[in-house]
Design a protein around this ligand. Structure first.
Ligand SMILES: O=C(O)CCC(=O)C(=O)O
Ligand SMILES: [Fe+2]
Length: 146
């Protein structure tokens, strides 16, 4: 099977469209994988790990992958919002409260990117990398991600 392994995006966010050759799948919160068929006039917006971190977990980075079978080629076009070098991802205090205690320490986006593509980082489940890198363990994160 060709494709792209399951991951959450490391960029801030992604806008993606494809040529209707199916293959893109996303994981639901209960661990099921569903195929996603985009109509020709639609696109998908993915929350990346840094946007999840900035929003203090209010926005969810959906895990996705590409599973290809058959002979047809698939083309996709992605527009990635990538923080400039030196960007510190920091949750604004307005997004931290009793219902949403802080789940991540502030971190340098470039350091996180380097870790996630390193050998050490690649050994960690993609959705967990940011928690391993900058996580503050709370009950809410525990039930949400682990
Ligand atoms: O090709 C696709 O549909 C997915 C690409 C993707 O997930 C990515 O580049 O992060
Ligand atoms: Fe992706």
């Amino acid at each position: 099977m060709k494709g792209l392994q399951a991951h959450t995006d490391k960029q801030f966010s992604t806008i993606l469209c494809d040529d209707q050759v199916s293959g893109l799948e996303f994981e639901t919160k209960d661990g099921q994988w569903n195929k996603l068929s985009l109509s020709p006039s639609s696109f998908i917006f993915f929350v990346g790990d840094p946007l999840m971190a900035w929003s203090n977990g209010r926005m969810h980075p959906v895990k996705h992958r590409v599973m290809m079978s058959g002979e047809k080629d698939r083309y996709s076009l992605g527009a990635f919002a990538v923080p400039v070098e030196g960007t510190i991802i920091k949750t604004p205090k307005e997004l931290v409260d009793e219902e949403y205690p802080q789940i991540l320490k502030e971190f340098d986006h470039m350091d996180f990117t380097k870790l996630s593509y390193s050998e050490e980082g690649r050994a960690i489940d993609s959705a967990r990398q940011v928690f391993v890198f900058a996580g503050i363990c709370t009950l809410r994160t525990t039930s949400w991600i682990f």
